[in-house]
Design a protein around this ligand. Sequence first.
Ligand SMILES: NC(=O)C1=CN([C@@H]2O[C@H](COP(=O)(O)OP(=O)(O)OC[C@H]3O[C@@H](n4cnc5c(N)ncnc54)[C@H](O)[C@@H]3O)[C@@H](O)[C@H]2O)[C@@H](O)CC1
Ligand SMILES: [K+]
Length: 460
Amino acid sequence: MTPIAGQPVLTANEMRAAEQQAIDAGGSVEALMERAGREVARAVARLASRAPVLVLCGPGNNGGDGYVAARFLAGIGLDVRVAASAAPATAAARAARAGWSGPVTPVADAQPAAILVDALFGTGLKRPLDPALADCLRTLAGKARRTIAVDLPSGVTTDDARTLGDVPIFDVTLALGAFKPAHLLQPAARHCGETRLLDIGVDVRSDLHVIEKPSLRTPDADSHKYNRGMVTIVGGAMTGASLLAAEAAMRAGAGYVALLGGQGGGPHALVHKSFDDDALDDDRIGALLIGPGLGRDDGAARRLDRALATAHRLVLDGDALHLLKDRMAVLESRAAPVILTPHAGEFAALFGEGEGSKIDRARAAARETGAIVVFKGADTVVAAPDGRARIVGDTNDWLSTAGTGDVLAGVISAMLAGGMPPFEAATAGVWLHADAARRLGAAFIADDLAAMLTESRASL
Ligand SMILES: NC(=O)C1=CN([C@@H]2O[C@H](COP(=O)(O)OP(=O)(O)OC[C@H]3O[C@@H](n4cnc5c(N)ncnc54)[C@H](O)[C@@H]3O)[C@@H](O)[C@H]2O)[C@@H](O)CC1
Ligand SMILES: [K+]
């Protein structure tokens, strides 16, 4: 089993191309399938603890993997039964079927077993499952003690991570050769349960990766508050949100955090200033954050216009994104980097529903604006205008509470002010935010999250 952090994520076509390269380099589909099936069998054997296994095989190569896995599992003495939804339709699947010496029953006649292995469809799924087959899959999954999907749960789309119909929630999904978007993006990801990556000997590359632990500079004898990074936050109607962002920026490592035009409060280390040209024109500002608690009235719009007119590196969040809708053209004219941190609603308001997966949409928005786009959610995606993208691998659904977005905006601002390039700053911020949430576990509030950043930052 390979750790998830830093791993490349491939679409169905990219995976096929990678497999083809392995074949062109002297391999064969059959050899890849043999390896995939053997790795699946190893993983299933560990999960099965010698309980009876039912393998469901589809017509394609996913089914082929199922037949090979069944052969290996029987070879180590497990009680294995195989049921097929259709006859094998590829040469490799036919060869795999021929290698299975036991009986094959129709899926409709299959008896439930403690361990269910779903090898019906993988990256080749084209349409919803036939209703009768989907029904059998749900029933057999419901009666199993443990459900394991080979490559992908049958019924989820690989690239845009949709569910076609009522797909069971699996306990474990064994990703073959590489993670695919469906393993990470919602709603498909939740149907995968715990995803484990199996190495099938295919060299995989992508400009989309799971976010990994960043490497950050620690302060040294030459450090002072300004070269650690100065974050200036533009305040507004709701001071609490600005204060959460401010505390997060400090605990993520910024050397100096100032709040302009706020209403007081927050840690003593936070510097309060009025919102005026002097405060904004300070060229020591490493990142200017506007949006958390800004409000949406004319005063807020004036503050945003003033912030956009500066030459500072900008992080735009919350209300600033709402107000940005009428000001998109300004982004193109800015020389200094901009990071946008929309959640789904803000994203749709700015860029529309768009085409394709969340990754495709984030990439298109980054290309269109020239900004780094942090498309937030349980499956946060960070995209750069040049096509690089990262996706969070470590999620905690307890982050769905008020103020956690303000905390993220503060962390990203601290990374940007500390001198990281904007794409790296955004991904490092998302990692720190997720790490703090992981440390907190459950039922935390945004204030706890901001406070926990000290530990996350210290762990790097
Ligand atoms: N290509 C390769 O070299 C390798 C592929 N591997 C496996 O192969 C899988 C991809 O194989 P395939 O491209 O054959 O695709 P799948 O096995 O996912 O399924 C494709 C087959 O199912 C049919 N189909 C699609 N949706 C259907 C539906 N809703 N109802 C009924 N039939 C439907 C298609 O017409 C086709 O016959 C991967 O997920 C992985 O498990 C592994 O064996 C490793 C090697
Ligand atoms: K499957």
